[in-house]
Design a protein around this ligand. Structure first.
Ligand code: MN
Length: 130
């Protein structure tokens, strides 16, 4: 079964880079370009994983992550934060918002698929205690 990944990124060049990279690994890609669209698409499509830019129009990646992690129907979707600079504190903010992983830009094209794969592999069947 082909895994679907939602890429949330307002920068078209970065979005294309990540899409082409992940398509090479066999993932199906869906996209959103701002924080509000990210929430809408994630709720509707239930992707297997989300790559979430932090600096986004309309709603930040932190806020979008907070909303998705607060909803029962999307809380189990792994979210990897993408931030422009490895600023001190960004990792903590991303994790506090509920992100499951963190990658700093510019994107390391070998690191990204590894982080994606490891988070998808971590998925396991869940019991009824949701
Ligand atoms: Mn951005």
């Amino acid at each position: 079964m082909q895994r679907r990944i939602l890429i949330v990124e307002d920068n078209g060049v970065n979005r294309n880079l990540v899409r082409v990279l992940l398509q090479k690994y066999g993932y199906q890609i869906i996209e959103a370009t701002d924080g509000e669209e990210a929430v809408e698409v994630a709720v509707r499509e239930k992707p297997d994983l989300i790559l979430m830019d932090i600096q986004l129009p309309r709603m930040s990646g932190y806020s979008a992550t907070g909303i998705l992690k607060g909803r029962r129907d999307t809380m189990d979707i792994p979210i990897i934060a993408l931030t422009a600079k490895a600023m001190i504190g960004d990792r903590e903010k991303a994790l506090k918002a509920g992100c499951d992983g963190y990658i700093s830009k510019p994107i390391d094209t070998r690191e990204l698929p590894k982080v994606v794969n490891s988070l998808l592999d971590r998925e396991r069947p869940r019991g009824g205690d949701g």
